[in-house]
Ligand binder design. Structure first.
Ligand SMILES: [Fe+2]
Ligand SMILES: [Fe+2]
Length: 146
């Protein structure tokens, strides 16, 4: 089975592709397509956050005893990103391209920095700390409902 870094890194990439498709449609004022692609991006990202917040982070914290470390920082950034995605959903519903693209640019910067920290620091730490339970954990993460 994949490492946590591979599995979750690939999931970041899948979310990035949906994000880019939504941005492209919004930039072309194609709101039917933008809303559809944004909806997929939003759902995929919320599911990704859920895998982290409900399975990966608690497992990491329980194993390492680090509760106020990297997972706490990542949780705080998820709050900011959830907020920005809500603003994007509102802008997409209204067909407001300037607002959508503004929030989308801010989210993308935050999201790329966040993903980099997870892929370079947190996921490798988790792969080490959780080696014994990794496969079961990945299966449990994938089985989480939306
Ligand atoms: Fe995250
Ligand atoms: Fe992530």
């Amino acid at each position: 089975m994949n490492s946590i870094k591979e599995y979750m890194g690939n999931d970041h990439r899948a979310c990035d592709e949906l994000f880019a498709a939504a941005e492209d449609a919004a930039a072309k004022n194609d709101w039917d397509r933008a809303r559809d692609q944004f909806g997929r991006f939003h759902a995929a990202t919320l599911h990704h956050f859920k895998m982290e917040e409900e399975a990966l982070f608690p497992a990491f914290e329980n194993r390492t005893g680090m509760r106020m470390g990297p997972t706490e920082v990542m949780r705080g950034e998820h709050v900011q990103m959830r907020d920005l995605m809500q603003q994007m959903a509102d802008a997409a519903r209204a067909g407001n391209g300037d607002a959508y693209l503004g929030y989308s640019e801010t989210l993308n910067m935050l999201m790329q920095q966040h993903n980099m920290k997870e892929e370079n620091v947190l996921y490798p730490m988790a792969d080490q700390a959780l080696a014994a339970e990794r496969d079961a954990l990945l299966l449990a993460m994938q089985a989480l409902p939306d």
